[in-house]
Design a protein around this ligand. Sequence first.
Ligand SMILES: NC(=O)c1ccc[n+]([C@@H]2O[C@H](COP(=O)([O-])OP(=O)(O)OC[C@H]3O[C@@H](n4cnc5c(N)ncnc54)[C@H](OP(=O)(O)O)[C@@H]3O)[C@@H](O)[C@H]2O)c1
Length: 258
Amino acid sequence: MKQMQALITGATSGIGMAIAKELSKRGWSLILTGRNQEKLLELKEPLPVPVEIFPLDLSKENAPFQLYDFCKGKRVDLLVNNAGFGVFGKFTETDLQEELELLSLNVRALHILTKLFLRDFKKRNSGRILNVASSAGFLTGPLLSSYYASKNYVVRLTLAIAEELRHDKSRVIVSLLCPGPVDTNFNNRAGVQFRVKALSPEEVAREAVFGVLTGKLLIVPGLSIKLGLLASRLLPEQLLSRILYYVQAAKQTAIPKK
Ligand SMILES: NC(=O)c1ccc[n+]([C@@H]2O[C@H](COP(=O)([O-])OP(=O)(O)OC[C@H]3O[C@@H](n4cnc5c(N)ncnc54)[C@H](OP(=O)(O)O)[C@@H]3O)[C@@H](O)[C@H]2O)c1
């Protein structure tokens, strides 16, 4: 059987690393990226499948194009757009430069990679894309405003593309992963701490890989998050924002950023 290959962004920790391990168990070869070369090498070492690494900062202007060029001539069967981070704080007080980096990574890089790979996938009428959004992608996020807004972009973009593909009777699969809290380095970078039980990245990766390989469009790991999202649709938007302000404020913590 032909060996399948996945490209995963943000593979140096958390959900991306867990997806890399999950796919390697299924015999997929991997192209892994992230900024931290040492971590990529550490991850590659014990994996029982062919792994190439390509360290780069995807928030830089040319980086998504460099990554696409690196993959030219290597067949990619699955693109996992996973790299992303959050910035916590009041919109008037958060650092503009950090938010521009967030938009470059969470929105711009994902947009460019989705477009470039999807064009190739459409031409050959095969291939899969897993875009990692968040349950935040269906909500308004006071105190994490740019992060929530970026994930809303990912949700709407991916759902729209999926409908276009369905309409064109394309065999290309696009899936959207929308987890709630997951126990990763995300909190440290955003400077917050979850007040509810988080899923492990391994649990999320198992559902995500199963979902994208079985052609599921919307993957929401965990029953409580599924129910929470359903319930949020019943509330008026402004009331929901008020509740979410307090939910986010409770995440504020004195832990230093790593
Ligand atoms: N944790 C949660 O609760 C949660 C919930 C819903 C959705 N998500 C989403 O899941 C995805 C993965 O996050 P995670 O929770 O696994 O967090 P994480 O452990 O912090 O992983 C983030 C990954 O993104 C990479 N990354 C960050 N900045 C980058 C940059 N400028 N260029 C290239 N790569 C970069 C990091 O690698 P380097 O540091 O090596 O660059 C790391 O591999 C994100 O899109 C996040 O929004 C997370």
